[in-house]
Design a protein around this ligand. Structure first.
Ligand code: NDP
Length: 332
């Protein structure tokens, strides 16, 4: 199996010297084990955090060991009664071409005709669930709410805008880092207003866009200047789902906090951080609703696909820089 390992903890932006590619011989399958040829690998922002040696909600990647992450593949050998050769499976043994482990590590997926199995790494999987959970349970979106979503053209953001609309938001505002992305937000993803944060400070742009009406819900993928912008324009009783803070992931300095935290007091705001893994009890509900929406053609999807295991690390870096629209996927 060809596998990618972390060999050094990056400081600031990761570089190729932080990783190595190795060939790992696989043992013969033991009873109860399954061997899977990966077809699609996920590269995600949280992986940057796992490269640091800090206490967090997931353990850091170990140096000199193969990294892990979401992947979809096909069973090529099985010594488990629950997994047949040819089954499509979702699992966490990414960053390699062939994965082998106890059968319990691999969840068999239904095939959806006419769509790529990679969607189980995005809108039908973890990032779709993140968007759904953040809106419904964390920000408690109510019908008629006006919503702002940062990082709107990424995997979570493209799902969040559409879900907000389906849940009855009165208006959905999004921000992203290019004119191509903001055009897509308006034309394909149901955003009423889309702001390119590179045009002018997001704080000014959001303030001008919302006018007197304010926002009720903020879905934060970015943190920093974007969170500050949202705090400025919240209505009384507003709720934020703090999902990610990508502005700081490669920063070597401490990112300054919002200068307007007092809005939380004066406007009685609720800002709630969350990680999806702690809320898996809502996963069946998400799957049921998303399957229905998706099956009815109500959910648009984009993927940016990079081909080849050898390009996985570059795909990860490109995603952190914003080269992706929708989910960044590596196809093997
Ligand atoms: P995306 O597909 O959104 O990819 C990351 C995007 O971040 C890039 O495309 C880029 O888009 C944007 N970005 C990068 N740097 C900046 C910056 N300085 N300012 C503004 N935008 C920036 O990734 P995901 O959808 O997978 O994740 C989105 C967020 O959600 C991340 O913060 C991630 O950590 C978080 N997350 C949290 C989970 C949880 O359980 N809490 C689960 C999954 C994701 P652009 O071109 O617009 O800059």
């Amino acid at each position: 199996s060809t596998q990618i390992q972390l060999v050094r903890r990056p400081v600031g932006w990761p570089t190729h010297d932080d990783v190595r590619t190795v060939s790992v011989p696989l043992d013969e399958l033991a009873d109860g084990e399954v061997r899977v040829r990966n077809e699609f690998l996920s590269v995600d922002p949280y992986m940057r955090g796992r490269m640091n040696d800090v206490r967090s909600y997931v353990a850091p990647f170990a140096l000199g060991e193969t990294m892990t992450g979401g992947a979809v593949g096909r069973v090529v050998e099985s010594r488990s009664a629950d997994h047949a050769v040819g089954d499509l499976v979702l699992h966490q043994l990414g960053w390699r071409d062939v994965a082998q482990a106890d059968a319990a590590a691999f969840r068999v997926l239904p095939a959806i005709e006419g769509t790529s199995p990679s969607l189980y790494l995005s809108v039908l999987g973890m990032t779709g669930f993140t968007a759904y959970l953040g809106l419904t349970r964390i920000a408690r979106l109510a019908e008629g709410d006006r919503v702002f979503i940062s990082g709107a053209a990424g995997a979570v953001g493209t799902a969040a805008g559409q879900i907000a609309r389906l849940l009855g938001a009165s208006q959905v505002i999004g921000s992203a880092g290019s004119d191509e992305k903001t055009a897509l937000l308006r034309d394909k993803y149901g955003y009423d207003i889309a702001l390119n944060y590179r045009d002018a400070p997001i704080r000014e742009q959001l303030n001008a866009a919302v006018g007197e009406t304010g926002i009720d819900v903020y879905f934060d993928n970015v943190g920093g200047d974007h969170l500050e912008a949202a705090l400025d324009v919240f209505n009384d009783g507003g709720r934020a789902a703090l999902c990610g803070a990508i502005v700081g992931y490669n920063s070597t300095e401490r990112t300054p906090g919002p200068d307007n935290m007092s809005a939380i007091i004066t406007r009685a705001l609720t800002l709630t951080g969350f990680t999806v893994g702690a809320h898996l009890e809502h996963y069946p509900e998400f799957t049921a609703r998303m399957t229905e929406w998706f099956g009815s053609g109500l959910i648009a999807v984009d993927e940016t696909v990079v081909t080849g295991l050898e390009n996985t690390f570059d795909a990860f870096l490109a995603m952190l820089r914003g080269a992706n629209t929708g989910k960044m996927i590596v196809a093997l």
